[in-house]
Design a protein around this ligand. Structure first.
Ligand code: GRF
Length: 193
């Protein structure tokens, strides 16, 4: 842990929508013990609600539509370079980063996924979990690799599923734990570098 003292890692957060995880990461980054400083927010959606959190905290943000992906990714890499970004946190980012982007960024990329990986990779997680009558679900913070939702797991947290749960209530429960899990996972990951 000692090596992190005094050095905050320049971090970019990628979002596509609501941005509740971005909000919790901004709050975390402002705490004394946080090893990260959020320097940049990227969204592929101009109307992403989460952008308001970047504006509120005066964090630089930019939008590029990801159409076509290669042009957007070139622009993103340029910005990441300009802002000397050493860590990317994907937080509800709905586009798939190309293998080329991951290779060229060369630094770690983390993602948060609302299931207990390796179970339920991909979309519509809660619906599939409920359909299979699972008794627990949860969230996973993992490193991003070329294969979707498959990189090394940093941290997971479980939640119990009640008979009365539906996709909405399960989503809400999982989001609530994610807001603690992501900061904790970032701290763990950076402490072990
Ligand atoms: C979270 O549940 C996260 O696990 C998944 O997308 C959701 C994003 O929510 N990748 P928010 O935009 O951070 O509120």
């Amino acid at each position: 842990m000692e090596k992190l003292i005094g050095k905050k890692i320049n971090t970019a957060v990628f979002i596509s929508g609501r941005g509740s995880n971005l909000k919790s990461l901004i709050k975390y980054s402002k705490s004394k013990s946080s090893p990260i400083k959020i320097k940049l927010v990227f969204s592929d959606k101009l109307r992403a609600k989460g952008l308001k959190y970047a504006k509120k905290s005066k964090i630089k943000f930019f939008v590029s539509s990801y159409k076509p992906r290669n042009i957007s990714e070139k622009l993103i890499l340029k910005k990441l370079n300009m802002f000397k970004i050493d860590l990317i946190c994907l937080a509800g980012f709905m586009k798939i980063l190309s293998a080329n982007f991951i290779k060229n960024f060369k630094k770690p990329i983390l993602n948060i996924h609302p299931s207990l990986l390796p179970k339920y990779r991909g979309l519509k997680t809660h619906e599939r979990v409920l359909k299979n009558n699972e008794k627990v679900s949860g969230s996973t913070v993992h490193l991003v690799s070329k294969k979707l939702d498959s990189g090394r797991i940093i941290l997971q947290k479980k939640v119990k599923i009640l008979k009365s749960d539906n996709a909405k209530t399960l989503e809400r429960k999982i989001l609530k734990i994610e807001h603690f899990l992501y900061p904790k996972a970032i701290y763990k990951f950076l402490s072990n570098l």
